[in-house]
Design a binder for this molecule. Structure first.
Ligand SMILES: Nc1nc2c(ncn2[C@@H]2O[C@H](COP(=O)(O)OP(=O)(O)OP(=O)(O)O)[C@@H](O)[C@H]2O)c(=O)[nH]1
Ligand SMILES: [Mg+2]
Length: 291
């Protein structure tokens, strides 16, 4: 049997979390059109007759300023040496210079990588070949696999390529496991995703979500979560006129959470000002954003 861990690596916004959810077959990671959506490591476990893969969705690697972003990048970089295989994900429709530059930097660590060219739905077929050629020269990839995570194109083929390059071994988790991330953290992610989807400009970046109450009764789970903002002026924006925005965030998040946990959810959201939380190590620890 094959068994191993596989990280999703690359710049922000290339589609790592979308691909991760496809590979795992469940929505565990938050996805949004804004860069730096993912802040923490999320694991997803896939068990097949051939073996088991433990996927790590990670934040994007970027030039980081500030305490939180520095932590995000060191979490992202942990996916270079602490795994059996990395998927280096690129956006086929975006300029490749930054990716080439980043690859140049990590080369010396000699990670075992598959190059995943994502978003091929956005390019012409003919543009793929020169790209493959360029990357083949840039690094000794185990394989190069073009996919469209959004259209779920070629994802099964990618899984087969991954199995080919995994070591032999026994599964680490029982075969019906989906993740080892606590449910609370997944719920926080589902709520945070809605903030990234619906809030504009710097607001989503100034928010965090913290579940502070959880009670299970028969077929209903009651959850209370705080949405942290950095400044008092942001509180009203998250709540919205007549509470409309926070209601929308809550009802959309509830749908995802009910699907994830498979039962009815009562979700109550509140907004709390935690001044400059992004720069405070103790608050980042509380959110689980730890390098
Ligand atoms: N057209 C197209 N869009 C895609 C594809 N895969 C992902 N996207 C979109 O790209 C955007 C970013 O996707 P994410 O999965 O959040 O990207 P990410 O790499 O996890 O981003 P960070 O968490 O910020 O590092 C979203 O709007 C996705 O819908 C694809 O194959 N084709
Ligand atoms: Mg992501």
């Amino acid at each position: 049997m094959k068994s191993g861990s596989v990280s999703l690596l690359g710049r922000p916004n290339v589609g790592k979390s979308t691909l991760f959810n496809d590979l795992v077959g469940a929505k565990l990671a938050s996805v949004s059109p804004k860069p730096q959506t993912t802040r923490n490591r999320i694991t997803g476990i896939v068990t097949r007759p051939q073996g088991q893969i433990v996927f790590w969705d990670l934040p994007g690697i970027h030039k980081s300023f500030g305490v939180m972003n520095k932590r995000m990048v060191s979490i992202a970089l942990s996916g270079l040496d602490s795994v059996d295989l990395g998927l280096w994900v690129i956006d086929a429709a975006r300029d490749s210079q930054v990716d080439q530059f980043m690859l140049g930097h990590i080369k010396s660590r000699k990670p075992s990588l598959i190059l995943v060219i994502n978003k091929i739905d956005l390019i012409r077929h003919d543009d793929l070949f020169p790209m493959v050629d360029l990357y083949q020269k840039a690094y000794d990839f185990k394989e190069i696999v073009p996919v469209s995570a959004l259209k779920k194109k070629n994802v099964e083929e990618l899984e087969q390529s991954i199995f080919k390059h995994l070591p032999d071994g026994e599964p680490l988790f029982p075969e019906d496991s989906l993740t080892d991330v606590p449910e609370r953290a997944l719920v926080e992610e589902m709520i945070r995703e809605k903030l990234f989807l619906y809030m504009k400009q710097e607001i989503p970046y100034s928010t965090a979500v913290h579940v502070d109450f959880w009670e299970e009764k028969k077929n209903l789970i009651s959850i209370q979560a705080e949405i942290w903002v950095e400044k008092d002026s942001q509180k009203g924006i998250v709540i919205g006129k007549g509470g409309e925005m926070i209601k929308k965030i809550g009802s959309q998040a509830r749908l995802d959470i009910e699907k994830l946990l498979g039962c009815k959810i009562f979700l109550e959201l509140s907004v709390k000002v935690k001044e400059g939380w992004r720069e405070k190590p103790a608050l980042l620890d509380e959110l689980g954003i730890r390098p």
